[in-house]
Ligand binder design. Structure first.
Ligand SMILES: Nc1c(NC[C@H](O)[C@H](O)[C@H](O)CO)[nH]c(=O)[nH]c1=O
Ligand SMILES: CC(=O)[C@@H](O)COP(=O)(O)O
Length: 164
């Protein structure tokens, strides 16, 4: 993978201790382990706390975030932000486009319409090799990137004084 950068200056951390929900799709189990390791390490390092919910595939991730938002409105756990983890690898059919595009579209809709911090760590790759290079914490660490992006969005929401 050409030029993996740490993007150090792009990330900031919230002032207060943040509590996040990681929603991970296990369609590709071993890759899910690698993404989760990156995300939890990044959150641990930042002193954030988190819950983890597992779903079968990336298409299920956005609805689970909606369930959590609805639950918080009914007195359930409030999450400051969300981390979406999954891997979509191109197969032989149009299914790849549906899963890749619709999962991201729904996450963007939720993020913008509901004003919620979300880090999108759903990989969309041509093959296994591309996915591994991006998922491994010691290489692309896209799980860690998504977690740090979520923390950054929590901090920016705080900065603008938006209600969490
Ligand atoms: N092909 C991949 C999927 N497909 C499964 C869907 O996400 C979904 O679980 C199913 O259609 C039932 O609603 N999911 C991935 O995360 N990665 C894939 O490569
Ligand atoms: C997301 C996919 O493309 C996938 O795993 C499905 O493969 P196929 O298109 O060969 O059915």
């Amino acid at each position: 993978m050409a030029g993996i950068s740490q993007h150090g200056k792009a990330f900031i951390r919230p002032k207060a201790k943040a509590h996040l929900l990681i929603v991970e799709a296990r369609f590709h189990d071993d890759l899910a382990d690698a993404l989760l390791e990156g995300a939890t390490s990044a959150l641990d390092e930042a002193g954030a706390t988190y819950d983890v919910v597992t779903v079968p595939g990336s298409l299920e991730i956005p609805a689970v975030i909606t369930f959590a938002l609805d639950g918080a409105g009914e007195g359930g756990t409030h999450y400051d932000g969300f981390v979406a983890l999954g891997t979509v690898i191109r197969g032989d059919t149009y299914h790849f486009d549906i899963v890749a595009n619709e999962s991201s579209r729904a996450l963007m809709d939720l993020s913008v319409q509901e004003a919620i911090p979300i880090g999108n760590g759903i990989l969309t790759t041509e093959n296994d090799a591309q996915a591994w290079t991006r998922a491994k914490r010691t290489e692309g660490d896209k799980g860690g990137f998504a977690a740090r992006a979520a923390l950054t969005m929590i901090a920016l929401k705080e900065k603008f004084g938006a209600q969490s």
